[in-house]
Design a protein around this ligand. Structure first.
Ligand code: FAD
Ligand code: EPU
Length: 344
């Protein structure tokens, strides 16, 4: 538990951006975190809690303290014979996919659709991570968090987290006030395959899996789809979807559909969710590259919702590109895109 100065954050963000933190420290327990929070340099400075850095865009050096969460621990804390469920408690610094694999190894179902999402367990409630027909909130029981101002431990139930599509209280009213230290999930002893997302059934067939799929089968299918669509940050810098999928009113959707009959849309309470990837592709951005040589940054060629750093780009350049995409989608479709990635 050392407070280092002037540390490169390049290894700690999946965009691979070469920025520096004024101060940097790791903590492996809630107590170590409290000790750090009591240091005068830490008290006086802005604080950034860092997990895997897979949902961050640094546009400049970080002028405060970066606190990297390395709290480990995976355990089944209780079994309920009546509901055939078990509670798993995961330390916030565990890798999310490591938790998914652990749950499958323990014969538990519920996390398979969320396989291979990068990052840590502690960040998963921040935006209520979701993919392939599931969200964190479907299995979430409660979390433990340390209040930055007081060091006090607080437990948040699902209701208190205010989960929505890529949303929670920790991104809004309680932003920068709590450090998540552990997450507890309720998982099922009996397999409950969720193959609502069309591509999963298609991929299971492609992989030669017939009949009722096991949770491991669904996990394999999701991993297969993700690898075919999303760039691996170890090869190309990115933070997954850069924007959220926007929601529009039914009237607005009908109007757009008359002009663009092939526009996809999914009903949600109060309107229709439209894939931002489709809008961005249609606005002509897919696969574009900018910068010297073959281009340092741009829009991924297989997934228009993912902005990428091919190497050598700055966060400011990526943000500039994002702003131009927002303006162009607004102009062409009258729809406002909002970043999903946390821009610093
Ligand atoms: P970081 O990037 O380190 O932090 C993200 C935010 O959470 C920051 O504001 C940070 O301060 C805060 N934070 C982190 N840890 C804590 C903590 N313990 N307590 C309080 N605040 C904290 N997301 C999805 O929802 N679905 C997907 O399918 C998906 N696919 C992705 C694919 C790729 C290739 C990539 C690169 C990203 C993808 N993401 C996806 C986004 C990302 O993986 C998730 O948002 C993930 O939960 C971020 O975890 P992290 O530990 O890297 O968080
Ligand atoms: N599409 C295009 N062109 C593109 C990309 C997408 O036309 O270049 C259209 C297609 O119509 C496609 C639809 O968009 O059918 C949806 O695409 P996809 O299934 O790839 O999903 P997405 O909407 O782009 C969302 C999440 C992902 C999550 C996947 C799977 C958001 C912002 N993104 O992406 O989450 O993995 O669904 O459920 O909700 C992330 O949050 O970082 C992330 C990767």
């Amino acid at each position: 538990m050392v407070l280092e100065e002037n540390v490169s954050l390049r290894p700690y963000n999946t965009f691979g951006l070469d920025v520096r933190a004024r101060y940097f420290a790791r903590f492996a327990s809630a107590d170590e975190l409290r000790q750090l929070l009591r240091l005068p340099q830490v008290q006086a400075a802005d604080k950034l809690i860092l997990g895997g850095g897979s949902n961050l865009l640094f546009t400049q050096d970080y002028p405060g303290v970066v606190l990297k969460n390395e709290i480990r621990g995976l355990e089944i804390i209780s079994e309920d014979a009546d509901t055939q469920t078990a509670l798993i408690r995961a330390g916030a610094g565990e890798s999310w996919h490591g938790l998914v694999e652990y749950s499958l190894d323990q014969g538990l179902s519920g996390l398979e659709n969320l396989s291979l999402i990068p990052g840590t367990v502690g960040a998963s409630p921040l935006q209520n991570i979701g993919a392939y027909g599931a969200e964190l909130r479907d299995t979430f029981d409660h979390l433990e968090a340390v209040e930055i101002a007081t060091g006090a431990l607080r437990v948040f139930s699902a209701g208190e987290c205010g989960f929505g599509y890529r949303e929670s209280v920790f991104k809004n009213t309680l932003k920068n006030q709590f450090v998540v230290t552990a997450v507890v999930l309720r998982l099922h002893r009996q397999a409950r395959p969720n193959v609502r997302y069309g591509a999963i059934a298609e991929t299971l067939a492609e992989l030669g899996i017939e009949g009722e799929p096991t949770p491991q089968d669904v996990s394999q299918a999701v991993i297969h789809i993700r690898r075919s669509k999303l760039p691996d940050p170890a090869e190309i810098g990115n933070a997954g979807s850069f924007f959220k999928n926007p929601e529009v009113s039914q009237a607005k959707f009908d109007h757009l559909k008359s002009e663009y009959p092939e526009l996809p849309g999914y009903p949600v309470p109060g309107g229709v969710k439209v894939p931002a990837g489709w809008l961005i592709e249609r606005a002509g951005w897919k696969g574009m590259r900018r910068g010297p040589g073959a281009g340092t940054h741009g829009v991924h060629a297989r997934q228009a919702l993912v902005l990428v750093n091919h190497g050598g780009a700055t966060g400011g350049e990526v943000r500039q590109l994002a702003e131009e995409i927002i303006a162009s989608v607004r102009q062409q479709f009258g729809i406002e895109l909002h970043p999903e990635v946390n821009i610093l």
